[in-house]
Design a protein around this ligand. Sequence first.
Ligand code: NAP
Length: 299
Amino acid sequence: MDTKLTVAVLGTGIMGAAMARNLLRAGLAVKVWNRDRAKSAPLASAGAQVALSPAEAVAGADVVLTMLYDAAAVTEVIRQAAPGVRPGTAWVQSTTVGVHDAPALADLAGEVGLDLVEAPVSGTREPAEAGQLLVIAAAPEAVRERVAPVLDAIGARTVWTGQDPAAGTAARLKLVVNSWVIAASNAAGEVLALAGALGVEPQQFFNLINGGGLDLPFLRAKAALILDDRLEPASFAVDTSLKDAHLILDAAREHGLRLDGAEAATARLERVASRGRSKQDIAAAYYASTQQDLEPQAG
Ligand code: NAP
């Protein structure tokens, strides 16, 4: 008898595809579905079963994992999956969603018969490919055990924030982390733009901060993407980071908080998105500072 845990991965974009590959490497049975089949089909050669619909993917699965763009996409896809769901199946929801989306998704889980595990992740394409994500999760003890092989396969460690996925404790921590990601990405772009404008060699700056308190691996990584012009394929795309930036600003406003830096960072991302850079890495926010994207384009 085959006792392998079967995981249905719904959404095989940048993050979902990498997570599916690590589930396969960990010896789990994996079924994948993606709206654009061109992104799920290549996973067949790694051993995944490619499903033609969300309902087909979740049929017979022990765990459903969603890694879609936003809460609206998650709701749409889980409703499509509903006819195939075996009641009591665990649902690892890793899409980054807003604070208010958490109770709505918990209601949806109840309606469809899924046991929800709130499980957004920190880490981008490379940690996802290496199975080294940080999983931020909330779920009752009884469900945690059932999804442990999945969380262990995709992440380096899991940080539990609570028992109740409807409370959105994991979503809150994830938004806090992403406010730092967005701030640091924008700062990386601005520091390089300023260096360029003042005739300071970027390497001079890096030599100065090398190994000190101002040095940051994330700054190094994003600066390399800008300097080497490697903004595609993205690790964390401008359009996806903009979605998160708005979730952060909405949450801040609701709590009477004014985040001037986050507002400015969002405006910078919007500016480069409107100049055809929405599918590039968030590091492309660099171009919000340069004449190349400030000047009206010819034609
Ligand atoms: P991505 O490559 O753009 O993947 C987005 C996925 O959502 C694709 O599979 C896309 O399908 C699907 N999708 C979008 N709208 C849909 C709809 N209405 N119905 C069905 N499917 C839909 O983005 P990603 O970077 O993997 O991000 C996925 C999630 O992880 C996002 O919530 C993001 O915030 C979060 N996240 C990203 C990172 C990162 O660094 N990249 C890190 C942590 C968390 P198609 O292929 O058909 O368009």
